[in-house]
Write a protein that binds this ligand. Sequence first.
Ligand SMILES: [Zn+2]
Length: 380
Amino acid sequence: MINAIRLKEEFLELVSIASLSRRERAVSRRLESILKGMGAGVEADDAGERIGGDTGNMLARFPGNTPGAPPLLLSAHMDTVGPAEAIHVVVDGDIIRTDHTSVLGGDDKTGIVAILEAIRVARERSIPHGDIEVVLTICEEFGLLGAKHFDTSRLRARRGLVLDVDGVCELVTRAPAANRVNVTLHGLAAHAGVCPEQGLDAVHMAAEAIAGMKLGRVDGETTANLGVIQGGLASNIVPDRVTIRGETRSLSLDKLERQTAHRRGRFEAAAARSVRIGDRVHQARADVQVERQYEPLQIGDQAVIVRLVREAARALGRICPTRATGGASDANIFAARGLEVANLACGMREIHTVNEWVDIRDVVLTAELVLETIRLNAAA
Ligand SMILES: [Zn+2]
């Protein structure tokens, strides 16, 4: 029932509109006009102003046609990672990619067009449905900032789907929580040739701490990374300061806290040193800042939304397995606010690279899954 030609044309139009995080205004204007043309009431919020962007999150409401049918949330994000100042799209039949000078932005415009086309067909064919609430967020790729600033109390839906995963016909029901861990090691500067024993070497402390640290894939549920390290002033000065920015993620909150404590302990142990100069003792110090970036997504296979999607897949002669991922999405934010949401794969491939590509047939299948889920939700 999905109109593959219409979907493909809409996808090609939307990916050709650049929409880097905090600069989603052009694509949001276009989407607003598309959604209004489809009969939705559309509101933007002030999240853009609050996070330094040029437009807000968009909430579009489509009234249901079936009394008593429960409302459904469908969500995707409007922003993309870079490079994406200008997108030169290359079309090879159903395979869409770029000329490799930018990402395609199929992350997450595959999700957007799958939602739009499913709703269009549901309304054209008078398929039974409750109210449909479409949330198109800004700034997902930058710390899920749009969703974090979206007021979920505006939603009537208690369950729904985020469409924002690579692959097709898979449902992500588990995604990690994350802690940002930023560390500053404070030592003491001294002349490296004349009196190095009067210094406290912050680079050496960092090296000691990191050498014994669990990093990378810590276990089946947990990852840890140190992404940025900076410090020192000159080769002839004992370095008195090193900053390290990193993160740790886990599907298990318990493991997340253990890994975070492990990292803190390594830095604090390495900084447990001092030097006496005259009658004064200088103590090194590790300043460890931990901030929870987002809570985990954890939804059981018996949840209504999961059952609906798997039933929808069966109706199409497919199987839609559930799985975990190591990446977060707006679904983490909606779930933490009490909504029953899962994240449906929508056909994007090799995302966050200039090799990104999409097979339109995967997006069509995704739209069919969404349409069938809309229909099944009406009777749920
Ligand atoms: Zn995405």
